[in-house]
Design a protein around this ligand. Structure first.
Ligand SMILES: [Fe+2]
Ligand SMILES: [Fe+2]
Length: 272
């Protein structure tokens, strides 16, 4: 089973750039085109929040147009830049989408069970798993306690060492950690929000953050200077599950890079 995790799309109304700087719509179009050429095709693609930049209807409409060419089944999650009502208005027909409340759901029918959490707190940059959302997760985990499971959520519930971003992490993480510790079948807590590729040991499992398909957040490990964006290469995480090896996560850079055969020393194409 191959899961492509794309994150932090920050889509704009047509013709606009994020912060007046980053052409996020173009980055997503390129990411979709490259995922469509990847062999094998992902079994599914999950976008872990900050789908759009300001939560407007125009942004969600642009998002829908940009994602339409994607061939693999698509699942969407909320981030702090998202707005649930506008999201539901533009995506009314997603079969997995609950009609009200947090955008949380379970993806079944694969060797790995995927649980998608909603960490959005309206009007805030930080996230939260409040008692109601935690109870929902507890009920889902209890239904298949031994099946390999990956939890997807936008805000990391763990610190990652960038002070400016750690201030904006998911609150309620102690109770979440206590719950997840009870389920060794949880293979990953896979997040977005930090626009970098990060792995930590957390709650008896692996916590990960996927890089953005557009701009990244600068690696500022001191409290000097505020959060900054940096045009490091766009990328995504590919989570590969096999019964023999368990879950292996690759950082896959999105872009056109020269490739050569070791055998012939000749340029080759890596894509279909
Ligand atoms: Fe983001
Ligand atoms: Fe975010």
């Amino acid at each position: 089973m191959l899961i492509a995790q794309i994150t932090d799309l920050h889509i704009q109304p047509e013709g606009q750039k994020a912060y007046g700087i980053v052409d996020t719509n173009q980055f997503l179009a390129a990411a979709v085109a490259q995922l469509n050429r990847f062999t094998p095709q992902p079994d599914l693609v999950i976008a872990t929040g900050d789908l759009v930049d300001e939560g407007s209807l125009a942004e969600y409409q642009a998002l829908k147009r940009l994602l339409a060419p994607l061939q693999a089944p698509l699942y969407l999650a909320m981030g702090n830049h998202d707005q649930r009502q506008h999201f539901r208005q533009v995506f009314p027909d997603l079969p997995y989408l609950p009609t009200a409340g947090p955008v949380q759901y379970v993806i079944e029918g694969y060797p790995v069970r995927l649980i998608v959490l909603d960490t959005l707190v309206a009007g805030e940059s930080y996230g939260e798993i409040d008692p109601a959302r935690l109870d929902w997760l507890a009920a889902q985990l209890a239904q298949a306690p031994h099946q390999p499971t990956v939890i997807f959520m936008h805000h990391p519930p763990f610190a990652i060492g960038i002070p400016g971003m750690d201030a904006l992490k998911c609150r309620g993480s102690e109770a979440l950690a206590a719950l997840i510790r009870r389920y060794p079948a949880v293979q990953r807590v896979a997040c977005g929000h930090v626009h970098r590729s990060i792995q930590v040991n957390w709650a008896g499992t692996i916590g990960s953050v996927a890089p953005s398909v557009a701009h990244q957040v600068a690696l500022r490990l001191t409290t000097v200077g505020s959060n900054a964006l940096v045009m490091e290469p766009p990328a995504c995480h590919l989570h590969l599950w096999t019964a023999e090896n368990g879950l292996v996560t690759h950082t896959h850079y999105l872009g056109e890079f020269e490739a050569y055969s070791y055998a012939t020393k000749q340029p080759i194409s890596l894509y279909a």
